[in-house]
Design a protein around this ligand. Structure first.
Ligand SMILES: [Zn+2]
Ligand SMILES: [Zn+2]
Length: 436
């Protein structure tokens, strides 16, 4: 079948509803109604006209096609810029934001990191996110936007129309908390408003801005160091060391954490305990999974996650102690994945499940669990290896095969590909992809 991208006459490789063009390397998404191939960001099916939602790419079912590829050499790419933030997968691509504020889009099938937009000075330190936002009222139209901030402004980049919008520009005396290397801060949004943290003098506020009009509202928080915001259902949350804040329909409430629990609110190894329970590089510290959030901190002198239930509001809590060296990330279903020495665990609510056990597994780097594929770092006498577990087989790739490898950043399941990103010895980003 012929490619559906403009000016390309390549041939498509299709596996069920996922695929890619062998010539231009762009990903293809099949119509759920008639199965015709469509471009990733198509609004409507080119064959039957069905409305195609922009579905974030985490298709673990088709990842099964990739299992055979894991024993072949990966394709490799290097992006020669410094990176302080972890990439994000969306729509069959990996999205990157460099330390200089340059957005890149990477497709494993073309093996190209394409520069998309330079956001300007000061961008590249604030954790970015991609959300569907209503970017036009008449007629109503939503589009996925890449959102991030620097000290003075919040900016959006539209993934499809490629427009850039300055959503908010703050007056003198006020700044966005936009340094994710310092504090655990990021941006959140609902279909019409963007949420972020701001500071004016010593006062920190949870602040929202209307995406279309730029109208700003402040909700002062009684804390000196705050993590967030994040959204669950129709409530936006942030938290301090001892309190969870909820904002619903412009009403802010504080909920005290259980006695004895203290959430971590600062990045880095300021608290010695944090060295032993750490989020994967460049990620948010908390894990939002369905209507639960896992908040890392200390409890009764040891490390722990506070599991806070959020269904219909702020519900009960459970404390999950974790008192050995661990690195955590999220699986394709949103559940926490914890890498321990010799074991990989996932959690559903407070109960844990062992996914893999292997004495060489490292607790220092994030693992990956996605449908039929599990990946982790193994420490062997012959050096460090990326180890895949798939279909009852184990495949080892020595890290010496990755040019200038320093440290694994994370793994991504992109429809028909497994992608591993790593920091090089010069803080640049290396990418290795195994695809169907
Ligand atoms: Zn093509
Ligand atoms: Zn269709």
């Amino acid at each position: 079948m012929r490619c559906v991208y403009p000016q390309c006459d390549g041939t498509l490789s299709l596996y069920g509803l996922a695929g890619f063009c062998q010539k231009c390397g762009e990903p293809i998404h099949g119509c759920p109604k008639c199965e015709s191939p469509n471009r990733t960001f198509a609004n409507f099916c080119r064959a039957c006209g069905a409305d195609l939602a922009h579905i974030p790419s985490q298709a673990s079912t088709v990842l099964a096609e990739t299992v055979a590829a894991l024993s072949r050499p990966p394709v490799k790419a290097l992006v020669s810029e410094a990176f302080w933030l972890a990439p994000l997968s969306w729509g069959g691509y990996l999205w990157l934001l460099s330390a200089t504020g340059q957005i890149y889009r990477y497709s494993p099938f073309s093996n190209q990191a394409v520069p998309m937009q330079a956001l300007g000075q000061g961008f590249g330190r604030c954790a970015f996110s991609i959300h569907e936002i209503c970017s036009r009222n008449q007629p109503p139209e939503t589009e996925p936007w890449f959102l991030t901030a620097n000290r003075k402004s919040v900016k959006g980049f539209a993934l499809v129309s490629r427009q850039v919008r300055e959503i908010v520009s703050l007056p003198d005396g006020e700044e966005v908390l936009s340094d994710s290397l310092e504090n655990y801060v990021n941006l959140e949004c609902d279909p019409t408003r963007v949420y972020f943290l701001t500071r004016a003098g010593p006062q920190i506020s949870l602040t929202s801005a209307d995406f279309l009009s730029g109208e700003v509202r402040h909700f002062p928080l009684p804390a000196q160091s705050v993590v967030g915001p994040f959204r669950c259902g129709d409530i936006v949350f942030a938290y301090s060391e001892t309190q969870l804040y909820s904002l619903r329909q412009d009403e802010l409430r504080a909920h005290v954490f259980p006695a004895g629990f203290r959430a971590w609110t600062l990045q880095g190894a300021r608290d010695l305990n944090q060295m032993f329970l750490k989020p994967a590089f460049g990620r948010r510290p908390y894990i939002l999974c369905g209507y639960s959030v896992y908040i890392p901190g200390t409890n009764a002198g040891g490390n722990a996650f506070l599991l806070q239930y959020l269904k219909g509001g702020v519900g009960g809590t459970a404390v999950i102690p974790l008192n050995e060296e661990a690195t955590y990330s999220q699986d394709s279903a949103g559940r926490p994945i914890v890498s321990l020495s010799g074991r990989i665990l996932t959690y559903s609510e407070a109960s844990r499940q062992e996914v893999q056990s292997d004495p060489q597994l490292s607790p220092r780097l994030p693992s990956f669990v996605n449908g039929p594929v599990c990946a982790a770092t193994a420490e062997t006498a012959g050096g460090e290896r990326i180890r895949f577990f798939a279909d009852g087989k184990v495949v080892d790739v020595p890290v010496s095969q990755f040019p200038r490898y320093q440290e694994c950043v994370g793994f991504y399941g992109l429809d028909l590909a497994v992608v591993m990103t790593y920091l090089t010895d010069s803080e640049h980003l290396g990418i290795a992809s195994w695809h169907a």
